[in-house]
Ligand binder design. Structure first.
Ligand SMILES: [Fe+2]
Ligand SMILES: [Fe+2]
Length: 364
């Protein structure tokens, strides 16, 4: 079938706009009542009767082939959106929510009105649940807390023994006199009895072992935080006795333990980090964890600083007997007397000594 000039022009137009040979043949047959085929159109191109202008025709044709076309209408990659600033704005909102739901704080401010000096009794490493803890001493100390009007308490962590399933020593797990669950109830019940005297409480590594359970929940933290300000790390206490300001810095322990100087880690911390108001030093530093009581005073930055380390209610401890000391030492919890009319801190290695001294002064 011969090509007319009009037909050739139309074929060229169709092919240039991307029609395939077959599709162009269909259109030509409709418009010119012919019976052209794919081969007929391709032949006209090959013998030079149709000269194509579209250099990229092959690519265009691939998208216009009839009955073989896949079109995506909702490909997510073409509509997705990610803007770091939008995410940052939302994260800040969540951080605010998390912060407001947290039980822990870093600074606690409290005041005590008193017509006589007060005693701050530090209590650390009670290890409730341990078979080796002395529950008779616990009862005596609790009675003293309840009965001595001007005596207040700061807890320094490890209130429970909390050896759990999976701990490296099965002897430690099975050697507990209370299960971890019963230890939680014990803490809750005991805190109710001393709550009016509680100034603050810190974290303890045994208490925090609950966080190793996989979900991070620590019931000891929550229970203590409901009774007094709770520090899940190093805490600062700004305590006013009448109008006299005393600054304390407390934690279960401070980094940099020395085998030879029992308060080295606290002196190091005070020198490097302060621990009082802003970057200043505190008057008193106190920690637990090592289970052997110690006290120390020295001038630093022109003022007397006091450093205290608590003993433990657990004085029959197989671990300590193996690795630290063959001696079963007396259970002592250091304390400080804070004077109420002028700033003065007097430390004692035991709570009893503080009481006896005040009795001698006839202020108890
Ligand atoms: Fe401890
Ligand atoms: Fe500890």
């Amino acid at each position: 079938m011969r090509w007319s000039d009009v037909e050739l022009d139309r074929a060229q137009e169709l092919l240039d706009s991307g029609y395939s040979y077959a599709a162009a043949a269909d259109v030509l047959n409709d418009e010119f009542s012919t019976e052209r085929s794919y081969h007929s159109v391709r032949g006209a191109v090959r013998n030079g009767r149709i000269i194509l202008n579209n250099r990229n025709r092959d690519a265009t044709v691939r998208h216009t082939v009839r009955n073989s076309e896949l079109t995506h209408e909702d490909k997510k990659a073409e509509t997705r959106h990610f803007d770091w600033k939008e995410w940052s704005d939302e994260i800040k909102k969540i951080q605010k929510l998390k912060s407001s739901s947290d039980f822990s704080q870093q600074v606690a401010t409290a005041s005590i009105k008193s017509d006589k000096p007060i005693i701050i009794q530090f209590l650390g490493d009670l290890h409730f649940g341990s078979e080796g803890a002395d529950y008779k001493v616990l009862e005596e100390v609790t009675k003293r807390i309840q009965e001595v009007e001007n005596l207040y308490v700061v807890l320094l962590g490890d209130v429970v023994d909390n050896f759990f399933n999976g701990f490296r020593s099965a002897t430690a797990v099975f050697g507990q006199i209370m299960s971890p669950e019963e230890q939680v109830y014990f803490v809750e019940s005991w805190l109710k009895d001393i709550e009016p005297k509680l100034i603050a409480a810190t974290w303890g590594n045994h208490d925090a072992w609950y966080e190793l359970g996989g979900h991070g929940y620590n019931p000891i933290k929550v229970i203590q935080a409901k009774h007094c300000p709770y520090f899940d790390g190093i805490g600062r206490i700004f305590l006013s006795v009448n109008d006299i300001k005393y600054k304390m810095c407390v934690s279960h322990f401070f980094k940099g333990h020395s085998q030879w100087n029992p308060v080295h880690s606290m002196i190091r911390f005070s020198a490097l980090q302060g621990g009082g108001d802003n970057s200043g030093l505190a008057d008193i530093y106190a920690q637990g964890h090592i289970h052997e009581p110690a006290l120390h005073q020295q001038y630093m930055h022109g003022e007397i600083r006091t450093y205290l380390r608590c003993g433990s209610l657990k004085n029959d401890d197989g671990y300590a007997k193996r690795y630290f000391s063959p001696w079963k030492i007396k259970i002592d919890f250091p304390s400080v007397v804070l004077f109420n009319e002028s700033k003065h801190v007097v430390p004692f290695l035991t709570g009893e000594d503080a009481l006896m001294s005040l009795a001698c002064l006839d202020v108890k």
